[in-house]
Write a protein that binds this ligand. Structure first.
Ligand SMILES: Cc1ncc(CO)c(N)n1
Length: 229
């Protein structure tokens, strides 16, 4: 506690404070019916295929968003390791794009034919809004953490003991549910918490709003797999 003001102590661990406050929507994003159906083995494979095609489009739009955060981290130049964590995220996106390209044909999904659905367009537009130089690094990195953490938490659930995830979907769940990805999410969370600790009230509110928006958009994104959009 030494060296910290009372206010800084209260603000530390902001992310967990917010997740407690917004528990319902967080659970909606991380335990969506699609994920629960994968976990209990009752998943409708056409829903999985719809998710697969849409997520490929999302990941392509996610790359420039992460690049914009890398630029913000570099401009802030407060902690050299921030950039390395973000860069490792970009490297895994490179692998992800290759993975989508090899996964899609196995399911008869033609990636070049995918039309982005409304929820996907909304999400990509939101990412683009966060790429503006007007958006604070603290706000963008908080959103970035949330985007990655939703997938990590969701897919890790499908790998827990007792889950009945179909064999052909285990690799998908491993991609985001593995421990390495979990550690990477934790590194992002630490960066976000460190920044939030020093943030002004305005930046704090903007980061909380961005976090909530991510959770809403993630729920809508999963909902697209129902195919009634
Ligand atoms: C919609 C969505 N959210 C998060 C991730 C994590 O990378 C992803 N691939 N897609």
């Amino acid at each position: 506690m030494e060296g910290k003001t009372r206010e800084e102590v209260e603000k530390s661990g902001m992310i967990d404070t917010w997740l407690r406050k917004h528990r319902l929507i967080y659970t909606g994003a991380t335990r969506h019916p699609l994920i629960l159906s994968i976990r209990d083995g009752t998943v409708d494979l056409s829903a999985y295929k719809r998710w697969l095609g849409q997520d490929y489009i999302f990941v392509r739009a996610f790359v420039p968003f992460v690049a914009s955060i890398l630029i913000k981290a570099w401009k802030e130049c407060n902690d050299a390791t921030d950039m390395e964590v973000i860069l490792s995220g970009m490297a895994s996106l490179n692998d992800e794009i290759a993975w989508f390209k090899s996964e899609a044909p196995k399911w008869g999904v033609q990636l070049s034919d995918i039309v982005p659905q409304k929820a996907n367009q909304d999400y990509c537009r939101f990412l683009e809004s966060l790429m503006s130089t007007d958006v604070e690094y603290t706000v963008a990195i908080t959103a970035f953490w949330a985007i990655e953490a939703v997938y990590q938490t969701s897919f890790a659930l499908c790998l827990e003991d007792g889950s009945k995830t179909p064999t052909e979907l285990r690799e998908t769940c491993q991609r985001w549910g593995n421990d390495g990805f979990g550690q990477y999410c934790n590194s992002l969370k630490k960066i976000a918490n460190r920044r939030l600790e020093k943030a002004s009230d305005d930046v704090l509110s903007a980061a909380e709003v961005a976090l909530l928006r991510v959770l809403e958009l993630e729920v809508e994104f999963w909902n697209m797999s129902r195919g009634d959009a």
